[in-house]
Design a protein around this ligand. Structure first.
Ligand code: ING
Length: 308
């Protein structure tokens, strides 16, 4: 079985005025630090190249598309791929993807240690809303700017480890982890951009949001006997606070490393993927214990139906 030092590269704030090149420089600095600590895999946040633009209402489609990448790698990100190849560092990072046939996705890619893209995921669970909402303290227009992901929840055997990806809100839905758990996943990477406050309930503070993020990531790890790396884009972006809380979780649900700041910060942990085997062969031996004849509602019914 494989051991790997995995790094979580939390990013601090990216302002609307920051260009992609300046962000890539920060990502490379974190990658250099990860390599110096023996890491061979680095996980970056959701929408890692730009500010969290879904907080802004933009009627002009051309302005919206300016936040998207038309190809990957591209001129701005090529230095990151080259540095990854030079350091023999596998990576995942999120970005806004505009496909050649005009589709818009909140996307994450996975590379091997040669800097080759071996996997792609498009965010399935899009939170927020699709029209300007006057009732909110700030907007969260992911349903306006992105289409739901069309690639499902896949896994890839990368550098000897069965890896899968999810993005931000996906971590709140157990279906995300179970779909990958049913494929034997051993490492789930999840970048996120989570506002520190609730736009619809100002009383909901940072402590509760951090708790819900930990709860989601730790449950997903434990219930599917997999490592999980959750990495934030954090800090105050043009006056809008995003929470930190990046963590690396083991297959028992224990937190192995946690970010302490809301800045660019690297967390690392040695992951022995042999640790996945015990859970997958005992308490979460799906073949022995699951009773799918009783689970039909999960895929046949979307919303709750109360009949009692
Ligand atoms: N952000 C948030 C997230 O799921 C959110 C949105 C926050 C939804 C808190 C519900 C509660 O972490 C993204 N980008 O999905």
């Amino acid at each position: 079985m494989t051991r790997m030092i995995v790094a979580g590269a939390q990013l601090g704030a990216i302002q609307k005025a920051d260009n992609r090149e300046s962000v890539v420089e920060r990502m490379i600095e974190l990658m250099n630090e990860a390599a110096a600590k023996g890491a061979t895999m680095i996980v970056y946040p959701e929408l890692a190249l730009t500010t969290f633009f879904p907080r802004w209402y933009m009627p002009d489609r051309n302005e919206v598309d300016s936040w998207f990448e038309h190809e990957m790698p591209n001129r701005a990100t090529q230095p990151l791929f080259e540095r990854a190849r030079d350091l023999a560092m596998a990576m995942t990072f999120g970005y806004a993807e505009l496909t050649p046939d005009g589709h818009h996705f909140n996307t994450s890619i996975l590379t091997n240690r040669k800097g080759e893209i071996v996997g792609k995921y498009r965010k399935v669970h899009l939170p927020g809303h699709d029209e300007y909402d006057t009732g909110r303290a700030f907007q969260h227009l992911e349903k306006r700017y992105f289409e739901p992901g069309d690639l499902g929840f896949r896994v890839w055997r990368n550098e000897g480890v069965i890896m899968g990806m999810a993005i931000c809100n996906d971590r709140r839905w157990p279906e995300t982890f179970r779909c990958m758990g049913l494929q034997g996943v051993e490492l789930v990477t999840i970048g996120y951009n989570t506002p520190s406050v609730n736009s619809q309930m100002s009383a909901e503070g940072l402590e509760k949001r951090l708790f819900h993020s930990d709860l989601s990531l730790q449950a997903g790890a434990y219930q599917n006997a997999t490592f999980v790396v959750g990495v934030a884009k954090a800090g105050v972006e043009d006056g809008h606070p995003l929470m930190g809380g990046s963590i690396i979780v083991d297959p028992d649900g224990f937190v192995l490393a946690r970010a302490a700041t809301e800045e660019d910060e690297l967390i690392v942990a040695e992951c022995d993927f042999e640790k996945c085997a015990f859970g997958k062969s005992t308490i979460f031996d799906f073949q022995r214990h699951r009773r799918i004849e009783h689970y039909g509602r999960i895929t046949s019914q979307t919303g709750a139906i109360v009949e009692v």
